[in-house]
Design a protein around this ligand. Sequence first.
Ligand SMILES: [Zn+2]
Length: 281
Amino acid sequence: MIDCHTHVWDVNKHFSESFLQDAIEGTRKRNVRLNALPEEHWQDYQHFDGKAIVFGLRSEALGVNVPDEFVADYVNRHTEKLVGFMAVDPNSVDMVSQIHNGVDMGLKGIKTSPIYALYHPRDERPMQMFRLADELGLPILTHQSSTFSKRAPLRYGHPTTLDDVLVALPNLKVIIAHLGYPWERETLHVIRRYPNVYVDLSAVHYRPWDFYNQLLMYHEWHLTERILFGSDYPFTTAAATKESLLNINRFVEGTNLPRIPDEVIADILNRDCFQLLGIED
Ligand SMILES: [Zn+2]
């Protein structure tokens, strides 16, 4: 099993006060841990039955900056289990050298977030980032989804904004995080035309009825092979996500509702996203 979406950061050092405040308010109704120091991450992942992709977050506009060195220093101590991605904001003045430095540090992909970094994916600087990723064979995990932050306009999160990038770079390897919620349907129609574009199901299982319906939609479109397993640690855990997935058909018992086939669930849990994304671990 590979958890393709986990974070490390020190919220007290890497988050601006306003972003941390938004995160606290936005998650208040669920009992979540926000901090994810490397030693806490390792506590949870050293006994994990599989591997994990680890990254921080970067937004010049919202004052979030988890240094790539912080991630690389951690994952490079545990290469048997962990793969690191760099967190890129294309508005950073040193974006190009940052990406080359990230590769030199052993990081294998890019995490980027148009909604947090306040950019439209087809703007000039983001396009430069996507082109460079394409040239260097770096997969991109992008947060095309909504957020708790008051300072992040939803229009940047919309998954169809990525469509303009994919029309220009149809072979780019991409994971759209969180099934692209709340635009799951649009996300499916973005990814269905591009065989190297995937979704991760992280941070969706807290809404189990919705989770069931999204999986059913992918099943009906014969696209479940594009779903990757991910948690969004520390907001939840891989174990809780897996448990929710294994119990997804509880809604079906005693009804005529369609089942999510067991092999679809097993395939999601066993899918080797490193192989699909060309990551050598
Ligand atoms: Zn995340």
